[in-house]
Every structure is written in structure tokens, then in C-alpha cells.
Design a protein around this ligand. Structure first.
Ligand code: UDP
Length: 240
């Protein structure tokens, strides 16, 4: 079932559902896409029809973060739970490892995808790393060729938003992959170059505060969250 939050159609799924559906998509032909919008991306979609269309045409639209969950609740159409993209992908790796499925890491600064690959292959023995490529390139064609040569089951596209959603939408016709997911800074997390909030902070839904403390330069981006909530409340009151 889909739930509309300011124009973005989220899948109303739990983490377990999202992993099961992801695994099903790995076995279905064609390159499906997964996107993980947070409030910042939802707000960007409202101003950018190309981004909105790339997001809403994905096979799975997962609510990344507590802001979207609050937004859906305020609108009177609650979503089951938050499904952070980095956690979803790790759950996928765990399942994929059981079947010897492969993943390709595209994105982040040179060296990061390789470090992420090393860490994830140690953590999930059986997971096949089909290849890696950094996220700072000009020629889509040669990157698509490298991915097709590796023909992974899953492709992580970690180029930041809106670049990753638009890149997936533009390139999916020419890619020999089963599933691709736009996952922002996840490779930095897997590589250990960015620390995620400790579990206790995450349980209290304070991951955003931890990130802000570690990277104060994100303040401008994070101010989109209160603005998102104001627009949601406005919608709820005036039903516009
Ligand atoms: N990035 C990239 N190519 C670019 C711009 C960004 O690979 O042209 C990477 C960047 O190095 C970082 C990720 O995209 O690893 C974006 O991280 P951010 O923290 O902004 O994403 P979030 O997790 O907040 O969505």
C-alpha cells in the first residue's frame, strides 16, 4: 500500500517487508530501483518535477528517517516504521550472502567504496563484491560499461540526492543489474569514514542530532526538517 507524504508515494512497509520485497526484486527480470527519501528529499521533490518522477517511479520507496514517519502520522496516514536505507542494505547483504548474490558499490570519494567492500565482505561471508567505482566521474557510459561487465545482482548508487535518483532513472534502461538502490552516504558508513549514531541514540530517534554534532556543516540541510513539518501541519489543517 502506498502512503502520500507531500506528493511522494511511500511504501507502507516494515524493515522485514522491505528486505523480503528487495530479495524478490533480485529474482525478477529488469532493473528495478529503490529510493530512500528523507524530509530533505521530499522537500526537494516538491521543487523538482524530474526528481519527483524519478522517486515516484521507483519499485520501492522507503521512509528513511523519523521525520517522514512523523509527517505521515500528522497527515493522518501513518507509515509502519522507518526503514533507513543503510540498514536496509545491510539486511539485504545478510540475506544475499546466504545465496552467494553479488553487489557493486558505486559512489563516494576514491578509496571509500573499496574500503566499504572490504568491510562488508568480512562482515557477511558469502556476499560477492562484483566491483566498486568512486562517485566522481564525468562519463556515465564508461561507468555503465564497468557495471555491466561485472553484472551484479544489486547496485548501490551512493552519489547523494538528487544526483543518485536522477542517475538511476536515466541509466536503468542500459544497466545489466537486477536491482539498484540510491543510498546517499551509506558507503562512507560501511567504510567507517563516517560514524553512525550509537544504537541508543538511534532508538531514541536522535540520529539526526548525532549527525549534526559530528558534521555541523549539515545545519543548512537539516533546517529543511522543521520546514517539512510546518508544511505537513499546514496541509493537515487546510487539507490542501
Ligand atoms: N557523492 C558522490 N558524487 C558526487 C557527489 C557526492 O559520490 O558527485 C557522494 C559523497 O562523497 C557522499 C555521498 O555522495 O559519499 C552523499 O552523502 P550525503 O551524506 O550527502 O548523503 P545522505 O546520506 O545525507 O543522503
Amino acid at each position: 500500500m502506498k502512503i502520500d507524504v507531500l506528493g511522494v508515494s511511500f511504501d507502507n512497509v516494515t524493515m522485514d517487508d522491505a528486505v523480503r520485497l528487495g530479495m524478490e526484486l533480485l529474482d525478477s527480470p529488469g532493473a528495478d530501483t529503490v529510493v530512500t527519501p528523507n524530509p530533505e528529499i521530499v522537500m526537494a521533490c516538491r521543487k523538482d518535477p524530474e526528481l519527483m518522477s524519478a522517486v515516484n517511479s521507483a519499485s520501492l520507496v522507503l521512509p528513511d528517517g523519523i521525520g517522514v514517519i512523523y509527517g505521515a502520522k500528522i497527515l493522518g496516514t501513518p507509515l509502519s516504521e522507518k526503514v533507513p536505507g543503510a540498514d536496509w542494505a545491510e539486511r539485504m547483504f545478510c540475506e544475499m550472502a546466504k545465496f552467494g548474490k553479488s553487489v557493486y558499490f558505486l559512489g563516494a570519494k576514491p578509496g571509500v567504496a573499496e574500503a566499504a567492500a572490504e568491510n562488508m565482505s568480512k562482515k557477511y561471508p558469502g556476499l560477492v563484491i562484483a566491483g566498486t567505482h568512486d562517485g566522481y566521474f564525468n562519463d556515465d557510459g564508461s561507468v555503465a560499461e564497468a557495471i555491466n561487465d561485472a553484472s551484479p545482482d544489486l547496485l548501490l548508487v551512493c552519489l547523494g540526492s538528487p544526483k543518485q535518483e536522477k542517475w538511476m532513472s536515466a541509466n536503468k534502461g542500459g544497466l545489466n543489474v537486477r536491482l539498484m538502490a540510491g543510498l546517499g552516504g551509506s558507503l562512507d558508513v560501511y567504510a567507517g569514514t563516517v560514524q553512525r549514531a550509537p544504537e541508543s541514540w538511534r532508538r531514541l530517534n536522535l540520529e539526526w542530532l548525532y549527525r549534526l554534532m559530528k558534521q555541523p556543516s549539515r545545519l543548512g540541510r537539516m533546517l529543511k526538517l522543521p520546514w517539512f513539518l510546518i508544511v505537513v501541519v499546514w496541509k493537515r489543517i487546510f487539507r490542501k
